[in-house]
Design a protein around this ligand. Structure first.
Ligand code: ADP
Ligand code: TRP
Length: 330
């Protein structure tokens, strides 16, 4: 049997360049090989911990779905689905809750960070914590374990969640007999962490992102907002800057060397931004066309996700039936 690779992205905002280079592009490249089976999904229920409205859920879910498709996900090679369309995940979430020690959740980093922040601010430790955030690692374990996933491509920040999934799988297997496969995290070594407009990690939480698919004007505006120092045209610039870091990702080695040299010999920030826009736009243009196509043909996207969900459920039901039998309800 082929080994399985599974990953999900939460629709909590518009996809940005960091999501593309750090998660989407590597996952799509991975799916080119026939060595594995691939399960990629929109983690819509995970997004509920932060989303503010139904409109946001709709908007961001389509944005992420169309982004995957525009970036080259092939639904014939990858089982591509919405988490919500596989209801067995949510029942498994409940079942797994009963073999999960509360202490394990107390140590999960997102919850722990929130508690520490509350303590530092002198407010109640659980202020602003909903049970979705607290239980998040159990739902993520259900996503993974229901599909017998062997490898889970994630960013470094998600490593702990995969360790938790293994802990939960072990507790269950110990109590009810071997049921789940032990998943491993798959963290690509040379995956880059992209910097944002302010030089910190590009992230929706810092509001410093460059959206992957917007119109050219907005893209240009975002690039113009990248923070630089106040050196004037003609003055030598430090090539260790956000502009050059982003340029390197989009340009050929040769063009990058020229860019660095031009900065050192006095290229103005305005021209440097124009040149960065040129290479970014050249790379994104064809994908943007595809993105816009899917955004205006949402019925096609729904159909792709529906077909994906059918395939996903078939696979999920095998483990699900085994779980129900092992816990004694079937
Ligand atoms: P955000 O920080 O914007 O909320 P998410 O946490 O939703 O992003 O991340 C979704 C995926 O994109 C994860 O796999 C994460 O590792 C990756 N990712 C997010 N930001 C970056 C970045 N700046 N550089 C590289 N990868 C990133
Ligand atoms: N928690 C992941 C993130 O924040 C998203 C996610 C949800 C996920 N379920 C998953 C990733 C299962 C991999 C496997 O990025």
């Amino acid at each position: 049997m082929k080994k399985r690779i599974l990953t999900g992205i939460k629709p909590t905002g518009y996809a940005h360049l960091g999501n593309y280079f750090g998660a989407i592009k590597p996952a799509i490249e991975l799916s080119q090989s026939a060595e594995f089976e691939y399960f990629y999904f929109i983690a819509d229920n995970h997004a509920l911990t932060t989303l503010k409205s139904a409109e946001e859920m709709k908007e961001y879910s389509y944005n992420i779905a169309c982004t995957w498709l525009a970036c080259g996900l092939d639904p014939n090679k990858v089982v591509f689905y919405r988490q919500t369309d596989v209801p067995e995940i949510f029942h498994l979430n409940w079942i797994l809750s009963n073999v999960t020690p509360k202490g394990l959740m107390n140590r999960a980093h997102a919850y722990k960070a929130k508690v520490e922040e509350n303590i530092a601010n002198g407010v109640d430790v659980d202020s602003g914590v909903n049970m979705g955030l607290y239980n998040y690692p159990i739902l993520m374990s259900a996503d993974i374990l229901l599909f017998d996933a062997n490898l889970v491509p994630v960013g470094l920040d998600q490593k702990q969640h995969i360790e938790i999934a293994r802990d939960i799988a072990e507790s269950f297997n110990k109590k009810y007999g071997k049921t789940f496969v032990m998943p491993e995290e798959y963290i690509e070594k040379d995956t880059c962490t992209l910097v944002g407009l302010d030089g910190r990690k590009m992230s929706k939480s810092y509001n410093n992102q460059i959206q992957l698919f917007t119109d050219e004007k907005t893209l240009q505006k975002s690039i113009n907002k990248i923070i630089t120092d106040s050196r004037l045209p003609g003055e030598p610039k430090d090539p260790d800057c956000t502009l050059a870091t982003l340029y390197k990702i989009f340009a050929s080695d040769e063009d990058y060397q020229k860019y660095v040299n031009d900065l050192k010999t006095g290229m103005g920030w305005g021209d440097a931004k124009k040149e960065l826009f040129r290479v970014v736009n050249a790379k994104l243009s064809p994908m943007r066309d595809k993105f816009n196509y899917y955004m205006s043909h949402k019925e096609e996207v729904d159909e792709i996700l529906r077909t994906g969900a059918e395939k996903a459920r078939k696979v999920a039901l095998q483990t699900y039936e085994k779980v129900l039998k092992n816990i004694g309800v079937k």
